[in-house]
Design a protein around this ligand. Structure first.
Ligand SMILES: Cc1ncc(COP(=O)(O)O)c(C=O)c1O
Length: 400
């Protein structure tokens, strides 16, 4: 427990320490593994959550032109009007429901969007229910804010990841302030079935619970009938307590640009703007202008990316699934395959062995919470030849 107050003398001699809550934050287990592989040139690396492809030229060109035109000043806290309007139109088309610019706030990345949403809504002690395993940031941000996290675990069943909806409903109590759902999910690729949405939304409505959606992979779905994952935004009413965090990182290959957005009721616009002011004040103007071009000209590229990822998903799921002792549920979306090798329950130890003995770099499942222990995450937004080679390395290491 943090000491509440100090006498003058005590403060003088107190150690130079950050908040206890911050000191208790875990360091990244993916970084731990990446550091293990540092300097090893013949290693196949699939541990980080980003594509190996650079940002498309038309997006880069827009930023270069914006810089040359001196678009280098602060913008409105909630972002450029044209970008907000463009995203409102994009989302209205995608989810067949009207969105207005007042519903959109531009943020400096998806992770910043999640921080801003949680800083705007959560009080210390609030109960936050999260579907897990999950990208660690989603579960740590509420803890930084002294909220209390309740985890509801997905399970692998019949070759797919599955959410026990009743278990989630039981976890949403009158004491719950927020439910966080990431679909398609990092690390499992689980994607919420369309029919599961309304019963969850009804439960949130009943207790006045906020639903925070992490939609950063929503366009990366592999059902050929879909151009976007089933979305709560599509079934929501104007007055629902729903906030969606999104990002340019994965869909438009812009991880290093740090640009994202929030979709929220217009009633929150001013408060979100205040919190953006105290975090970054605004996203960089020339980055926003590049984002505008990505949204307005990017659809052909998004379709090609989705198709390419589907082919890679099919290849990896088929080849890993053919190995003896390997359980590899096929992801419905996203860009990761979360799999398990029989007899290896310590994912950090296994990841380290695979680096030194199989020259294969994967993220340990334990990085995504206790439900992920024993599993490994393979990012397949990578070169197809490298994916094939990676499976061969694993096959050899397994002695098959
Ligand atoms: C589930 C999830 N949400 C949000 C993000 C944040 O993306 P960014 O901050 O690059 O926009 C990531 C990145 O890996 C993610 O996996």
């Amino acid at each position: 427990m943090e000491k509440a107050s100090f006498t003058e003398g005590e403060r003088l001699f107190a150690p130079l320490e950050s908040r206890a809550r911050v000191r208790a934050l875990p360091s990244s287990k993916i970084r731990e593994i990446a550091n293990e592989g540092f300097g090893k040139s013949d290693l196949l690396r699939f541990w980080f959550g980003e594509s190996d492809q650079p940002t498309p030229d038309y997006i880069k060109q827009a930023a270069i032109e914006a810089i040359n035109a001196n678009q280098t000043f602060y913008t409105h806290n909630s972002g450029r009007a044209e970008l907000r309007a463009s995203l409102a139109t994009y989302l209205s088309d995608l989810h067949a429901r009207p969105f207005a610019p007042e519903n959109i706030s531009i943020t400096s990345s998806g992770v910043s969007a999640l921080n801003i949403a949680m800083q705007t809504i959560l009080e210390p002690g609030d109960r936050v229910v999260i579907v897990t395993p999950i990208w660690p940031n989603v579960a740590e941000i509420p803890r930084i804010l002294n909220a209390q996290v309740v985890r509801v675990g997905l399970t692998a069943q019949g070759g797919h990841w599955h959410l026990d909806v009743q278990q989630l409903l039981d976890a949403i109590t009158p004491q719950t302030r927020m439910v966080v759902i990431n679909s398609p999910s990092n690390p499992t690729g689980w994607t919420i079935p369309a029919q599961d949405r309304s019963v969850i939304l009804d439960r949130c409505r009943r207790f006045g619970v906020w639903l925070l959606l992490d939609d950063v992979y929503e366009r990366l779905v592999f059902d050929p009938e879909l151009t976007s994952a089933p979305s709560f935004l599509a079934i929501a009413d104007r007055e629902d307590r729903i906030i969606a965090a999104n990002s340019f990182s994965k869909t438009w290959l812009m991880t290093g640009w740090r640009l994202g957005w929030l979709v929220a009721p217009a009633e929150l616009e001013a408060d979100l703007g205040k919190i953006i002011e105290f975090n970054t004040s605004c996203a960089p103007d020339f980055v926003q202008l590049a984002g505008l071009v990505a949204i307005e000209q990017g659809e052909a590229h998004v379709s090609a990316l989705r198709q390419g990822l589907k082919d890679k998903r099919d290849l990896l799921a088929r080849r890993l699934g053919a190995l003896k002792g390997v359980t590899a549920p096929a992801p419905d979306g996203g860009m990761y395959l979360f799999f398990k090798i029989e007899g290896h329950d310590d994912s950090v130890a296994l990841s380290k062995r695979l680096i030194s003995e199989a020259r294969l770099g994967l993220a340990p499942g334990a990085a995504f919470g206790p439900e992920g222990e024993g599993w490994l995450r393979w990012c397949f937004a990578a070169d197809t030849a490298a994916l094939k080679q990676g499976v061969e390395h694993l096959q050899l290491w397994l002695g098959q």
